[in-house]
Design a protein around this ligand. Sequence first.
Ligand code: RIB
Length: 312
Amino acid sequence: MSRPALVVVGSLNMDFVCQVPALPPPGATVLGSDFRMIPGGKGANQACAAGRLGDTGLSTRMIGCVGYDLFADHLKASLSGAGVDISAIRATKSAATGIAMIWVEPGGQNSIVVAPGANAALGPRDVPSWRSTVTGAQWVLFQLETPLPAVQAGLKLALESGCRTMLDPAPAQPLSADLLRSVSILTPNESEACLLLGRNGGRVRLADAPELTAALRAMGAQAVTLKLGDAGCFYDDGTLKHHQPAFPVKAVDATAAGDTFNAAFAVALTEGKPVPEALRFANAAAAISVTRPGAQASIPTRAETNRFLSAV
Ligand code: RIB
């Protein structure tokens, strides 16, 4: 296969998804419905989205770790079906493939518990072997569902190899300035941005976005795209500061919307689109994904996204 334009380093999970009338509070039992197993994992979702959204000629490869089990076979088949090169996904005998338990309430909000399993076996010792995979790639995408030392070493390797790096700081955890200095574009949502800055979470107003992104850039990230849910997103690289409104849609399930956004943004940047156009494309792909249930099951193709954009 030719050199991949995009590489995704991250998690692969089988998602156990259940619809609930309301997210259960601690100690409560609620009756759910519509149980399904759907391929997921923040890393695999991004790879799947890049595979479906990339125009012909743009190749995507995934780096990750699974167990020797049926879930691994399903997850790899889902990625292959999206056109992703899975040759850099390794298997370990020491753990089962990762899983996630997901409850989704009407309106699309969810709660997720991840048991990382084999994803946790990805360590800094793996990273030198990634050099040949990332060399020549334009973008390498990371999230935080794999161990932080591997993410940190992977980010450094990608930069040294001449790639640009995108980090989705999810699930949120504090990050060092040293790690953030290896990030070309950081893509937190509101609560992740607040956690990284050591501030109390809560609703971030669009008017607060420039101050938040400037503070995150001061911590080391070269550029920041703050995801603001139905308020869209705000991009800041120190020169360009740009708000891109979201497309209003009827949400049924927000799972993987952020993953779809990141992959679509990277795909559009790889194709040379200017940042505002790339953000519009990413918002469109993410908007389609929230109108459908599940993680990889909800991610649109390039043709669907183009049709959506020409209809709005
Ligand atoms: O971002 C959504 C993903 O988070 C799900 O697919 C689940 O696997 C968890 O990793």
